[in-house]
Design a protein around this ligand. Structure first.
Ligand code: F6P
Length: 329
């Protein structure tokens, strides 16, 4: 069957995430397999505006899946939010003969794709962010690696916190969401996990679990705080010192969580998603976001995807609370 598109531009936008390179490789190699040309656009929408492109062939994406970051660089473009920026981007597509675009990133990336689709370009989004905050997808590229990276650091912190019988407050990324904090908290056996989705009641959410753990014999405590919680890790630590008189240290994991070689899960999901994005374009589909629903790869209309809301892992939260030693009722 002949492909509905002839030349695809692929780019990464917003915060980078481990696994983006595997997605790029998959987009390029699937395109070539289907007889479609593939061009890399560097620096996201900024590069699309300025015609910052690189020709991608089979060999140029060899041995990139195991590397963190993105070989196409990433950026957040303010210019693209303005109509004149979008017109310049359309101009680049016309000049380069690009009839389709694959954008790898978060909701902001998908909003940009929607604007371009309104000018007749076929577009597909792939969810790539360590935050796992894309509502239509149970999984986003980079999430598993970020969880594991945070976990490795927290395991190290626990050694020293235990030796000194201290309280450790660790701030993890996640933007305005607490998905990363919950997964990391469950995996490291945290005493407390605070997320922006739930307003913090210090007595109930921090003091009580720590007290129960202390009564149960514990002398060191791990408190995970999502960066979106008001006053962040430093604010929570200050209150722990003042109200519980615990020797407390703060660690902000920051951008360390965005780096490193992607896990097998991230490489696999990125590879499947990249493949699906090109298959959709070749079949004449546009304005779709490739998504995961459990182990299945599905796709949604971009407008519908952007209107969806994602809740926290309620089962995970319930299990975590059951294990912190706080009695129900
Ligand atoms: O969206 C990914 C993310 O790492 C968020 O977790 C974080 O809030 C933000 O990006 C940081 O962005 P920047 O790299 O621009 O500081």
């Amino acid at each position: 069957m002949e492909s509905a598109v002839r030349r695809i531009g692929v780019f990464t936008s917003g915060g980078d995430a481990p696994g983006m390179n595997a997605a790029i490789r998959s987009v390029v190699r699937t395109s070539l397999h289907l007889g479609i040309d593939c061009i890399g656009i560097r620096r996201g929408y900024h590069g699309l505006i300025n015609g910052d492109i690189v020709k991608l062939d089979f060999e140029s994406v060899s041995d990139i899946s195991r590397r963190g970051g993105t070989m196409l660089y990433s950026a957040r473009s303010l210019e693209f939010k303005e109509p004149f920026g979008q017109e310049k981007a359309i101009g680049t597509c016309k000049l380069m003969g690009l009839d389709a675009l694959v954008g790898i990133g978060g909701d902001g990336t998908f909003q940009g794709l929607l604007a371009l689709a309104n000018h007749g370009i076929s577009v597909i989004g792939i969810p790539g962010t360590i935050d796992n905050d894309i509502a239509c997808s149970t999984y986003t590229i980079g999430y598993d690696t970020a969880c594991n990276t945070a976990l490795e650091s927290i395991d190290r912190l626990r050694d020293t916190m235990k030796s000194h019988e201290r309280c450790s407050v660790v701030e993890v990324m996640g933007h305005r969401a607490g998905h990363l904090a919950v997964s990391v908290g469950i995996s490291c056996g945290a005493t407390v996990v605070l997320v922006p989705e739930h307003p913090v009641d210090f007595a109930r959410d921090v003091a009580e679990p720590i007290r129960q753990a202390r009564l149960g014999g514990r002398t060191h405590f791990m408190v995970i705080v999502a960066e979106g919680v008001p006053n962040g890790g430093y604010g929570v630590a200050q209150q722990i010192r003042e109200e519980l008189a615990l020797d407390t240290r703060v660690t902000v994991l920051g951008h360390v969580q965005r780096g490193g070689s992607p896990t097998a899960r991230d490489r696999m999901m990125a590879t499947y998603m990249g493949n699906e994005a090109v298959r959709l374009l070749a079949a004449g589909k546009t304005c779709r976001v490739v998504a995961a629903q459990g182990e299945e790869i599905v796709d949604y209309d971009i407008t519908e995807a952007l209107s969806m809301k994602k809740g926290l892992d309620q089962r995970g939260l319930a299990v975590m609370h059951a294990l912190t030693g706080v009695r129900q009722g």
